[in-house]
Design a protein around this ligand. Structure first.
Ligand SMILES: NC(=O)c1ccc[n+]([C@@H]2O[C@H](COP(=O)([O-])OP(=O)(O)OC[C@H]3O[C@@H](n4cnc5c(N)ncnc54)[C@H](OP(=O)(O)O)[C@@H]3O)[C@@H](O)[C@H]2O)c1
Length: 356
């Protein structure tokens, strides 16, 4: 563990220097890692673990296009790709990467497949934290651990292939074997994490649900929509409204924030922009903070979890989600966005002049 200073607050983190991949491989050399579910997080973690030299199998229900995707990715039916139940039986570490609603539905099967000393691994604190609602109550003789990459499974894989790593949190809910810490650390390094920071199942799910409903996804779309609508109502063209709301942010400004922080991005804009942004950001904070407080209360009360369980357990949940996504896609703002993206120079190759 390394103690690092985060804005004046000290935190213990695990880096790849202190827990190198060789040590992770040595720790898990006798383990079979069964990755259950091949949605978004499943492929990222399973492929990174495999490429890092771990013994990995995948569990996925058949008669699903997701099974075909696993085959296309090189998993071999009967050798490294199995039905969920068989993979869970074969694994000594069971990575439970079904959707949260899927985890509830399949839990009786997975529970029955766990042997004493196995590790049950999650990438989200949802199933365990809301156990009264999910019914996911693990037997006492297995380790229960968590590694939650802070990003999409797609990014986890892409960054791994670029030689980079996505930061992850880790937690231990139950240490039945006495080896839970080594197991979870080795898995965190194995799936391709940058650095690992400690959390609890509860903190992971509270912060995750707040973040995705908040600045990462819900709030940002809400703020985009509000600004776009005001610009349009005042007669600005879709092109102008979209560029001033989204395109400049994603293409020009956020990469600067990612590189060196908000002040640096501000410092690279005009002094007029800096004056205005410095004057207005606190108004936006004060206006939205009550919404964030309400959001956190809803998450902590379990209401957000229940809404998600209820709607994503329905047979037609994917169609319903797709319908609501189509509403976003078909809004003027995002239709304008499609046109703006098509007009990016990289998407409109100019024919090279032929030299005489
Ligand atoms: N998405 C991310 O990048 C991300 C990031 C961090 C953490 N996580 C966590 O990682 C876990 C997996 O998330 P995900 O986004 O990868 O999930 P997902 O894409 O929604 O996973 C779907 C997987 O679950 C299976 N599944 C769903 N319902 C099922 C059922 N009733 N019976 C059997 N299989 C079922 C699907 O099979 P079919 O395709 O056959 O339906 C598919 O393999 C979750 O705990 C999530 O919170 C995800």
């Amino acid at each position: 563990m390394a103690t690092l200073n985060f804005g004046g607050v000290e935190e213990e983190v695990v880096t790849r220097e202190e827990f190198p991949l060789d040590k992770a491989r040595e720790t898990l050399k006798d383990e079979t890692i069964a990755v259950l579910g091949y949605g978004v997080q499943g492929p990222g973690q399973a492929l990174n673990l495999k490429d890092n030299g771990f013994n990995v199998i995948v569990g996925q229900r058949k008669n699903s296009s997701t099974w075909d995707k696993a085959v296309e990715d090189g998993w071999v039916p009967g050798e490294t790709l199995f039905e969920i139940e068989e993979a869970a039986q074969r694994g000594t570490i069971v990575q439970y990467l079904l959707s949260d609603a899927g985890q509830i539905a399949v839990w009786p099967t997975v529970k029955a497949a766990l042997n004493p000393g196995d590790a049950l691994y999650f990438s989200h604190g949802f199933g365990i934290t809301y156990k009264d609602r999910t019914g996911i109550i693990p037997p006492e003789n297995v380790d229960v651990i968590l590694v939650a990459p802070k990003g999409s499974g797609t990014s986890l894989r892409r960054m791994f292939l670029e030689g980079r790593g996505l930061n992850s949190s880790y937690a231990i809910f139950q240490d039945a074997t006495g080896n839970a810490k080594d197991r979870v650390t080795a898995l965190g390094i194995g799936v391709g994490s940058g650095y690992l920071f400690e959390t609890t199942f509860k903190d992971e799910v509270y912060s995750d649900l707040t973040g995705e409903r908040g600045t990462l996804m819900g709030a940002i779309q809400g703020i985009f929509a509000a600004q776009y609508e005001v610009l349009r109502a005042n007669g600005h063209s879709p092109s102008e409204a979209f560029n001033e709301t989204v395109e400049e942010l994603t293409q020009s400004l956020m990469p600067l924030v990612a590189e060196n922080g908000m002040d640096w991005m501000y410092a690279n804009c005009s002094t007029t922009a800096q004056r205005g942004a410095l004057d207005w950001w606190k108004k936006f904070r004060d206006a939205t903070k009550p919404v964030f407080e309400n959001l956190y209360e809803e998450v902590a009360a379990g209401n957000e979890a229940q809404r998600s369980i209820d709607s994503n357990s329905k047979d037609d949940y994917r169609e319903k989600l797709e319908g609501e996504l189509a509403e976003l896609r078909e809004s003027e703002m995002w239709k304008a966005g499609k046109t703006v993206r098509q007009l990016r120079p990289e998407n409109t190759p100019v024919e090279e002049e032929v030299a005489e």
